[in-house]
Design a protein around this ligand. Structure first.
Ligand code: KG4
Ligand code: ZN
Length: 344
């Protein structure tokens, strides 16, 4: 089954063709990063307009790269929640029009579920080991930090989440004070490589009575205050050491919750999966590999090009949503800025 997938929830206009939820036939991403960088973050109205301008061309490119015509597409999958409402609506309306014109199924996809599904796609070749549920998933991106019990391809249980900032948001805000352009997560990652992670100390906030939840705003404020105070006192901050220590604090926050879940008798995970833009972080990837060894769990890390937003993940999840069944002819389909994850 060839699925044409559309993703426009934030600042990337994406279209991809995925066969049977696994095989990547094409993957086109038109990034708006340069447009938003001057503002230091995503401007929703500008994002919607840029999606509207790019979406037809990106879709044409996805079909052409897959060497398929629109007549050879069996269904359209589209991210309809969560995300920036105006941005989502561009993708949803475009997908609806395509599905209506061709009289093929229209499959709504939850963005967080899609991030997880990036791990189902082949990236090296068809003979590689394929991921199947159940597993423990960490989705960490600019808008989300979630620990999820993925019971089946479509049945998700949210175990822990952030009660304030997302991990990627904290990377971006701290990076901005360091003078790195938006989005700064990858720049902190690179700077941290040569740094000493024990040089600076940051708080490790716990959420009362919620051992698997995160709170990153205190860490963000501590990091920003440290930089401002040093600048006011004319003290020098060693940037690689600062980036390494800050990254270590984020890694510790993520890994300590994962360890706690792996030690929780209510669960019995033997696979750990990470996803989302922050899953591209080299320090987090290394730390998760170590956790896998320590707990004898298999670790699945998506290739970096499938960590950030893309259409492949939407096409992969869309396939499994289709197999589960439902109403895929609903042309009243809407977009929703927030979307519940705990549904099957
Ligand atoms: O998944 P994504 O593309 O978009 C959302 O759904 O939010 O994630 C983007 C986020 C940004 O905050 C970006 O700084 C972060 O992922 N990111 C990283 C790295 N690469 C991207 N954060 C830390 N280390 C990286 N290497
Ligand atoms: Zn995302």
């Amino acid at each position: 089954m060839n699925i044409l997938a559309i993703e426009s929830s934030c600042d990337e206009t994406c279209a991809a063709v995925v066969r049977d939820g696994r095989k990547i036939l094409s993957n086109i991403v038109a990034s708006q990063i340069d447009t938003h960088a001057v503002y230091g973050g995503v401007v929703p109205e500008i994002a919607s307009r840029a999606h509207a301008e790019a979406i037809a061309g990106v879709t044409e490119q996805a079909l052409s790269a897959a060497q398929l015509s629109i007549e050879e597409i069996d269904a359209v999958a589209v991210t309809n929640t969560p995300g920036l409402i105006g941005a989502l609506l561009v993708g949803v309306n475009f997908a609806k029009s395509l599905a209506y014109a061709r009289n093929i199924p229209l499959i709504p996809v939850h963005h967080i579920k899609a991030h997880v599904a990036a791990n189902y796609a082949y990236f090296n070749g068809e003979d590689e080991k394929l991921l199947e549920p159940g597993f423990l998933a960490l989705v960490a991106s600019g808008g989300h930090t979630s620990l999820i019990n993925v019971k089946s391809y479509t049945d998700f249980e949210l175990i822990g989440t952030t009660c304030d900032d997302a991990a990627g948001e904290v990377f971006d805000k701290v990076a901005r004070i360091l003078g790195y352009s938006y989005p700064g997560g990858a720049k902190i990652d690179a700077a941290a490589i040569s740094g000493d992670s024990s040089a600076y100390r940051f708080p490790d906030a716990k959420v009362k009575d919620s051992p698997y939840d995160f709170s990153f705003s205190g860490l963000k404020t501590a990091a920003i205050n440290m930089l401002h105070t040093a600048s006011q006192r004319n003290e020098e901050i060693c940037i690689p050491d600062f980036c390494a220590s800050f990254t270590h604090a984020v890694v510790h926050a993520l890994c300590s919750r994962i360890e706690a879940i792996l030690s929780d008798k209510n669960y019995s995970f033997d696979k750990i999966v990470i996803a989302g833009g922050v899953a591209a972080n080299s320090h987090i990837r290394a730390a998760i590999q170590e956790l896998g060894k320590k707990y004898s769990a298999e670790v699945f890390l998506p290739p970096k090009f499938l960590c950030g937003d893309n259409g492949v993940m939407t096409g992969a999840q869309g396939y499994f949503e289709y197999l589960k069944g439902g109403n895929f002819n609903d042309l009243s389909l809407n977009a929703y800025a927030t979307g519940k994850l705990n549904f099957s």
